[in-house]
Design a protein. Sequence first.
Length: 88
Amino acid sequence: MTEKELDIAFNDAYERASNTQTQLAPDIMLHLYAYYKQATHTQGFFTPSGDDEIRNAFKLNALLQVKNISPKKAKIKYIELVNKHIQD
């Protein structure tokens, strides 16, 4: 798969995930979040923001779990996760 094809597939997966009516488990949502941030935020380490400290702690933990994978690998993992859990 070329970089352009990967970017198209990633954007399509993002649109599906953003518009799904499927109720995803919290751990799947955290994985999607972490892969998306790793794939798209390439300048330094991304720190979650928001008012809910517990939610931010879970997000930070998810980010730490994927911090050593490349943006390309994160895109592939994101696409695989969407294809596995979102059918609409």
